[in-house]
Design a protein around this ligand. Structure first.
Ligand SMILES: *Cc1c(COP(=O)(O)O)cnc(C)c1O
Length: 388
């Protein structure tokens, strides 16, 4: 079969082999701890066996990884039981007492927590950098710098960094490896491994799964060398992802292209509605010029997803927050995102490397699969309620 290159075909035609499974289209789900061996020659490794023990995963794991490899343009990939563990596993594999890590100041908050609380305990020196200042970034490298972690667009604030430039700075420092949180793009709209990033991790929980139920993480590796390095650590660690979760993630991935195309269009319409709203000061959506790093998004990304923030001209007191958030018809309050239902939470984040002195109440929206007009009217009513 010709190897597909277009994303819609990739997600439908990879990670499936009906002929190997009695014609069944979807890969089988094996609930396996024990895997028995045909003969002593198989057990002792003289003859090959596809699987040896449940913890290493079986068919479902293999097929989903084939799809992730195609999606992320990876040499090979690994799965994890959550997005956070996928990221933390990459960081831990590079951690050693005395080494220095550079972590993007706008990273997902629990990653920051893991660095500050766990990695520092094991003697890793954690240093945050402002991803929008490449000169300052270049100056942060030390002889003991071992690893750099990126996230773009940034959590809550959605600024997009000049990733190729930052990666070239990493590569000027011999031996330093880097990785990125690619959850926002779902692997659909950004191919970090093609830009020289060594690891691209996703909270598959969000767009890959897409249905607000399963939690899963993916780690895509640029080279087999990077994969082998990480695999040894992953296996030693005992990280195992449940077969039913793998099955549902793969099922979600089949429709990621249509879901994200819809969410892209819907989110853009809603972002443009908000940008013109008299109560709104600024919309933080990478595809809008009002978002920092919009030019890098336009150059490096092939589309945008359904998650963005906006800032009101005024601050909201608790009463106004209640008036807005407690009375939404369609936007529920919930962390997580990437599912089929729309969500809205107040924007909250930590930064230590850059000043955020923008006044006004911030909200983050996850745009789901509802009718766009219903969502726009819901938001319009909310802003009228708060400022009536
Ligand atoms: C949700 C999220 C994660 C963590 O994924 P879990 O599956 O919830 O552990 C990591 N990065 C980003 C950007 C996320 O939004």
């Amino acid at each position: 079969m010709k190897k597909p290159h277009k994303i819609e075909t990739i997600v439908t035609h990879t990670g499936t082999n009906p002929r190997a499974h009695k014609g069944v289209v979807n890969p089988p789900v094996y609930h396996a701890s024990t895997i028995t061996f045909e003969s002593y020659a198989h057990l002792s490794g003289k003859l090959p066996t596809p699987y040896q023990y449940g913890r290493r995963g079986t068919d479902g794991d293999r097929y989903l990884r084939d799809s992730i490899n195609a999606l992320e343009c990876a040499a090979e990939s690994l799965l994890a039981p959550s997005g956070l563990l996928a990221i933390n596993m990459i960081l831990m594999a590079h951690a050693r007492s005395g080494v220095h890590f550079l972590i993007s100041d706008n990273c997902y908050q629990p990653v920051r927590h893991f660095c500050d609380v766990v990695l520092t305990k094991f003697g890793v020196k954690i240093d945050y950098f402002n991803p929008m200042d490449s000169e300052a970034f270049a100056k942060k490298f030390k002889p003991e710098t071992e690893f750099v972690w990126f996230e773009s667009p940034g959590t809550m604030t959605f600024e997009v960094c000049d990733l190729p430039k930052l990666v070239s700075i990493v590569k000027n420092n011999r031996g330093v490896k880097c990785g990125i949180d690619n959850t926002w793009s779902g692997g659909m709209f950004l191919k970090p491994l093609n830009m020289g990033v060594d690891y691209s991790a996703q909270a598959g929980t969000k767009y890959i799964v897409g249905h607000s139920d399963v939690m899963l993480g993916t780690i895509a590796c640029r080279t087999m060398e990077d994969y082998n390095f990480l695999f040894a650590f992953h296996y030693a660690h005992g990280a195992h992802t449940a077969p039913d979760d793998i099955y549902l993630a793969h099922r979600g991935l089949r429709t990621i292209a249509v879901r994200m195309q819809y969410q892209q269009t819907a989110a853009l319409k809603i972002a443009q509605f908000l940008a013109k709203h008299k109560r709104v000061k600024r919309v933080l959506h990478p595809a809008l010029p009002s978002c920092e790093g919009h030019e890098f998004w336009a150059r490096d990304f092939s589309g945008s997803s359904g998650l963005f923030s906006f800032i009101l001209k005024e601050e909201c007191n608790d009463e106004q927050m209640g008036k807005i958030l407690d009375n939404m018809d369609y936007f529920a309050m919930g962390y997580s995102w990437g599912g089929y239902e729309s969500l809205m939470i107040p924007g909250k984040f930590t930064r230590t490397q850059s000043q955020w002195n923008e006044k006004g109440q911030m909200f983050r929206l996850n745009i789901g699969l509802e009718a766009v007009d219903d969502l726009i009217e819901d938001l319009d009513r909310a802003l009228k309620r708060a400022f009536a």
